[in-house]
Design a protein around this ligand. Structure first.
Ligand code: ZN
Length: 148
């Protein structure tokens, strides 16, 4: 996976520069290796995506590929294996939430988050943000969103 480069800051430089190679380091023995190297492939264990709670103005979200690596010393290294931008199943997360709010019905945040492939706490954060900004009208109580 390619590292995500921000083209917003400093375009002239980032266009010419290659993606920075990310290095991971074992906290226990100090062994370090580069992401996407053979050392990475040999040691990588679990992988899961972490989706940023808020999409940008185009409805894209930053997805961080999280992973764990088993170091030769036995320690489990945990970190990011790269970032990418993406949308979800045609509809952005923002649109999915807008659809949900349009129904104007009480819903359980965890169930809806699961349906979107999101973490409960991310959806809750996003709803809180939308309530604060006046984009959603309602409140969050005991894991439920309750419209006004
Ligand atoms: Zn180690």
């Amino acid at each position: 996976m390619l590292n995500y480069i921000s083209y917003e800051n400093n375009h002239q430089i980032s266009m010419a520069r290659k993606a920075k190679v990310k290095t991971l380091k074992c906290k226990k023995c100090g062994f370090s290796f580069e992401v996407n190297s053979q050392e990475d492939k040999d040691r990588r264990q679990k992988e899961w995506p972490f989706v940023a709670p808020m999409p940008d103005k185009d409805g894209n979200v930053t997805i961080t590929q999280m992973a764990t690596w088993k170091c030769d010393c036995g320690y489990t290294i945990r970190g990011s294996a790269g970032k990418t931008k993406g949308k979800f199943e045609g509809k952005s997360r923002k649109e999915q939430i807008a659809d949900l709010l349009e129904k104007n019905e009480k819903f359980e945040i965890e169930i809806e988050a699961n349906g979107m492939g999101a973490e409960k706490e991310n959806l809750e954060k996003m709803l809180n943000f939308m309530i604060k900004k006046g984009m959603a009208s309602g409140k969050i109580e005991d894991g439920f969103f309750i419209p006004n």
